[in-house]
Design a protein around this ligand. Structure first.
Ligand code: GLU
Length: 326
């Protein structure tokens, strides 16, 4: 066991999975610190995975810079980091499995086709709201060329019910059975009807890139991740990931979604809305701000200048808050 409690071959394996679309900012440090603290509090392993499947959005060098920023904050992974861009064969194998099981189908629809299908049904859309896929290609491409691959969420839920009850869902019990319930260690009980919220979602995009949902599920399973600790903005992605885990027959990790940091405009801090890179000149101050967002105590002694002392203090506080320690 290492000094701060990391065990080798531990039962707990956590991860921080940044997209290298820019340097870490105050918001992403909260997720990084939380996932590190949770792993240390449970004497587990902490991994870093670079989620660089969306190559056009990645910034060259951002991955190495992020690793440097983490190290400056005392957050060093227990194994060499992984890059999703090197893992394409694993995603292909998972897609092949889903296709063979009848859980995935090719889709010919463009964004415009999806908007038109909604308009034809008289649906209006709130600004910026994503449109659930209306299922146009679920029964076949009807002579059109497939562009992307989708997970057949609707059919998967029906098949699950069939396996459970021995008969297909009726109109009255469909809604209840489509509701996916899950527990978040911070947010409590959660539920979502994936078929209504997003519909049959993308696994491989029309431009050939792997979708986040597939890559994250394959990697979490392949790396034996037992605990996902990440920002609350991803909480509503979790039901899609649980469905994929069930379809692929891999375990569902425990989930904990951390509070978000908002900018002056009240919006979530993100690289897209111009969040500033972490100030590496004072990593302890950056960590103290992240700890405050997580409800952890301020440093008792303002003269503490040693990052490892501060982290030790927060591991104990985290254990009390989230792991039921006295
Ligand atoms: N790569 C995602 C992001 O940076 C995080 C994915 C995850 O933690 O599941 O927003």
């Amino acid at each position: 066991m290492t000094e701060d409690g990391a065990a080798t071959g531990a039962r707990y394996i956590g991860r921080f999975a940044p997209s290298p679309t820019g340097p870490l900012h105050a918001g992403s440090l909260v997720a990084a610190l939380a996932s590190w603290l949770d792993a240390r509090a449970q004497q587990g392993q902490w991994l870093v995975r670079m989620e660089d499947v969306d190559a056009p959005r990645c910034v060259p060098g951002a991955d190495e810079f992020i690793l440097q920023q983490l190290a400056t904050c005392g957050l060093v992974p227990d194994a060499p980091p992984q890059w999703q861009s090197a893992r394409s064969p694993l995603y292909q194998r998972a897609l092949d499995q889903l296709v063979a099981q009848g859980h995935a189908y090719p889709c010919a629809c463009s964004r415009k086709d999806i908007e038109d299908a909604h308009a034809a049904q008289g649906h209006t859309r709130e600004r910026h709201a994503a449109l659930p896929y209306p299922g146009t290609c679920r029964q076949g491409l009807q002579g059109r060329a497939g562009r992307s691959w989708r997970f057949n969420a609707t059919d998967f839920k029906q098949k699950q019910a069939l396996a459970l009850y021995g008969h297909a869902l009726t109109a009255t019990n469909t809604a209840a059975n489509h509701l996916l319930q899950w527990h978040d260690r911070r947010l409590g009980e959660q539920h979502q009807d994936v078929t209504q919220a997003v519909g049959d979602f993308i696994l491989r995009r029309a431009d050939g890139l792997w979708a986040y949902q597939l890559a994250v599920v394959v990697d979490d399973a392949d790396q034996g991740i037992t605990d996902v600790v990440r920002g609350e903005d991803l909480a509503d992605n979790t039901p899609r990931q649980i469905l994929l885990q069930q379809a692929l027959g891999v375990p569902t990790p425990r989930y904990l979604h951390t509070p978000l940091v908002c900018g002056d405009n009240g919006e979530k801090l993100s690289k897209q809305n111009g969040a500033r890179a972490l100030d590496l000149a004072d990593p302890l101050q950056a960590l103290a701000s992240a700890a405050q967002v997580l409800g952890l105590p301020p440093l008792p002694n303002p003269h503490i200048r040693c990052i490892s002392d501060a982290l030790t203090l927060w591991v104990a506080a985290w254990r009390r808050n989230y792991n039921g320690a006295p």
